[in-house]
Ligand binder design. Sequence first.
Ligand SMILES: *Cc1c(COP(=O)(O)O)cnc(C)c1O
Length: 363
Amino acid sequence: MAILVTRSSMPSFEEYCAEIRPLWESCWLTNNGEKVQTLQRMLCERMGAKQVSLFANGHFALEAILRSMKLTGEVITTPFTFASTTHAIVRVGLTPVFCDIEPNHYTMDVQKIEALITEKTTAILPVHVYGHLCDVDGIEAIAKKHNLKVIYDAAHAFDVYRGEESSATFGDASMYSFHATKVFQTIEGGAVASDSLPLHEALALERNFGIRDPEDVPAVGGNAKMNEFQAAMGICNLRHLSDEIGKRKEIYECYLTHLQDVKGIVLPTLQAGVTYNYAYLPVLFGNKRDLVFDYLEKHAIHARKYFYPLITDYECYQEMAGLSDTPVAKKIASEVLTLPLYADLTKEDVSQICERIIEALSI
Ligand SMILES: *Cc1c(COP(=O)(O)O)cnc(C)c1O
C-alpha cells in the first residue's frame, strides 16, 4: 500500500457522531454556534492567548489580519513558505519584500531584515517553518525600533512552546491553520491568536460581512466563518492531540536513528528549549534530492518537495519588480524533502522508507 506524506488524525466515528448529535436538535450549523464557542474557549486555554478568532481556513485568517490592521505599502516576509503566506500579502494589495532565511532552521534571517526596511514598510510576516520558532526576540527588537507590526504565520507551529511560552504569544498576532494535513485539524479551518481585543473585534467583522448586528454594518467584510461541524472535529481532535504528538515524536526519533549515520544528507536539528509538535521531517539531500524523490515515488512512498519551488520562482510572481535574491532559501528549496510523518505510521514503515532512501543514495 502506498505511503503518503501525511494522513489526517481523526477521532473515532462514534466520538465525532456524539459530538455533532446536538446539531440535529438545535439545527444551528454556523454563525458562531455552540461548538465554535466551545472550541474557541478550549483553544484560548491551550494556546495561552487572550483572544482566539476562528476562521473557515488559515489563509483567510491571514488575509483578515492584514486587512484588520489596515496595513499599507511593504511587508517583509520569507520566500521559503507555502503559497498562502505571500498570496495573502498580495491579495490584500500589499507588496511582499523577501528576506532570506538562516541555514539551520530555515526561518527568516534576522541579520538581513533591517537592510530591507524602507519608509513604506509597515509589517514583518515571518513563518515558524516546520515548527521551528523564528528569532522572536530579534524580530521584536527590530519591529519596536522601526514601529512595525509583526504577524506570524504559525500554520506549522500549533502546540509548539519556547519553555512555557506558547507560539501564540509572540508578535502582534499569529495565524494558525487547522487544515486536514496539519497536526491539529478541523477539516478546513484556521485561527488568529492575539492579545488585542480591538483586533479580535475587527477580525469578527472581516469574517462575517462586516456585520456587527443586523442594523449595524461598519466594515466591508467577507465571509470566512468556521462552521459547527468543523468545530466539532476540532473539539474531538483536541482531546487526543497530546497522544498524537507523542506518537509523532516516536516516529520522528525512529527516522533519526535509522538515518543518523547516512552520509551526504542533513537531518533536522531541534532548537534548544523548544517543545515541538513533530509536524514535519525535513531532510536535505544535496543534489540527490530529485533522485531520492523519484526513487521513493517508484516504490509508492510519497515524500514532498516542501517547499519547492520558492515563492519567488512562481510563475505568478515573475512580473513582480525588485525580487530580492535569497541564496540560502534557494539552496534549501533545491535540496529538501519532507518525509512521510503521521501518528499512525508504523516503525516498520519507517524502516522500509529509510532502506529505500539508502538504496537511492547509492545509485
Ligand atoms: C497550511 C498553510 C497555510 C494555509 O492554511 P489553510 O488552512 O490551508 O488555508 C498558510 N501558511 C502555511 C505555512 C501553511 O503551511
